[in-house]
Write a protein that binds this ligand. Sequence first.
Ligand code: NAD
Length: 267
Amino acid sequence: PEALLRGQTAIVTGGSSGIGAAVCLGLAAAGAAVAVNYRSDRDAAEALVARIAAAGGRAAALPADVSREEDVAALFRHTEARLGPPDIVVANAGLQRDAAIGEMTLAQWRTVLDSNLTGQWLCAREAVRAFRRRGPRPDLSRALGKILCMSSVHEVIPWAGHVNYAASKGGVAMMMRSLAQELAAERIRVNAIAPGAIRTPINRSAWETAEAEAKLLTLIPYGRVGEPEDIAKAAVWLASDESDYVTGITLTVDGGMTLYPGFQDNG
Ligand code: NAD
């Protein structure tokens, strides 16, 4: 669907790996120019940019730590200079610092909240400012702008040993819905995607051995681990006018993980 996002510019945070990289490729294949944000893995980001360019797309690799206000401002400034003002912002960057509550340090708590929640908030705020400065472009999109938050099934499924992560994603869900309510009258759409278990570096230990994967599959009624492309397809739809009447939702993409599979054979 090359025309779907033609002429639009997207920023994808944490775009150099996993889900973010697949979202970059998906948006670019749909015709968007893509700012591939990375924090430290410049080589991976540049390789992705080269791959997009080789396929006839436009992209730029741009560094930023999304938990830092000045970095986020610079990311938007540089995107605008290189690729034009953004139409689509995918706040995807995220991390885990797992620990049982008795052992969890304040630093682990803060690191996760700073990147996963404050980082998404900083990107959303900067996105709104950028959309307002640019003004409507009805030839490109019916919305003034689109913000996509990468949440998780752990915005609803509690997760022992990951209290910081689950709290950050629960926060993302309510931040997203409140922003959607605040911004709908301006035709800024704000939505989230809640991935289930997707095969990426963040959860390698959960799928890299056959034994671990079999255990993981007991949580997934659909019977397979998700691939980053599963999320990319949802992101392209939510970023496009195909979903123009959709705002304030979390689109769960999880092979049924949130269907309480423990109840399948229970009664
Ligand atoms: P990943 O580790 O491959 O990607 C996360 C990326 O975010 C990395 O490139 C990392 O460098 C970057 N990042 C982290 N903190 C950052 C910061 N402060 N500034 C800039 N970049 C930063 O893992 P992934 O699975 O692709 O994760 C992407 C998003 O999807 C995350 O928000 C994660 O919570 C979410 N998610 C993943 C899964 C899954 O099963 N893989 C499930 C639910 C949600």
